[in-house]
Design a protein. Sequence first.
Length: 283
Amino acid sequence: MTASGRSLPWLRDKLRQGHPLPKDKWVEKVHGNGEIHSFHWRDQRFERRTLLALTDLTARRSEKNSAMRIALCLPSHRCGSTACYYCKHLYWTKVRAKAAAASAGLRRCEMSFLTIIFGAAYLGIPQAEQMIDDALPVLARALRWKCGIKLIGRVELDYLLRGHTLKRDKRRTFATLGAPTEGDVPLLVPHLHALVFHSRIERRLLRLKLSRHFPGYKRVNLKCLHADKTIEENLDRLVRYPLKFLPPDHGQGTATSAELRFGLRANEELGGLHGKLHVEFGV
Ligand SMILES: [Zn+2]
């Protein structure tokens, strides 16, 4: 129980009844109608689902403590969790400001959105972490090739449950990485999503360079900003994109509480919002 008398049964009761948490009331007070951005309700819904899993009777004590920290996240004591819709927004605000600074004076063709699949881990969190630790220095070497390249992004961890089905291209990519492709084991797929600012080099050449550093079928995707959106709209969306933290069943409701908890644990063990999953270069 906290100093304010709030306890796990209090939280379970709030979640089951769909009642607002203290943070919702604070957000509503500060942000008017309570909606911070267009994905606000999706993020809040996924946060509540994660909280329900963390307060499950089978959860570890540390997970129940995390649930209370996330539920009681307020300006005086931010939780910093990847599951917290407000801490994600605060992280977005900081990264968005860096993206604005990095993009100043650049033309649309000098900015790109990069995705790199680092690997597909079938041996759990340590293997996924090793893939990230191996990939980041390779990325830095590729970017050091020409001066002035800047990158701001985030490693997202897709958690594919046992029984998943891979589309043809993904199956081929995973096969070239030596990962299982039959869906018979759960996979953690660390992959980078990043904005790249490259005023001194064409996108085509940068793509070639990155693909050489990360060989494999369709492992690297470097594409232009969305043509139907302004640069500002692109930066807003693309900085938010790797912050989705979708449940492993993508909202279908089929993942178990244990699977939801594992999805969060994988992120938190790698440092949560501010640890090694945050990636920047040259900014
Ligand atoms: Zn928080």
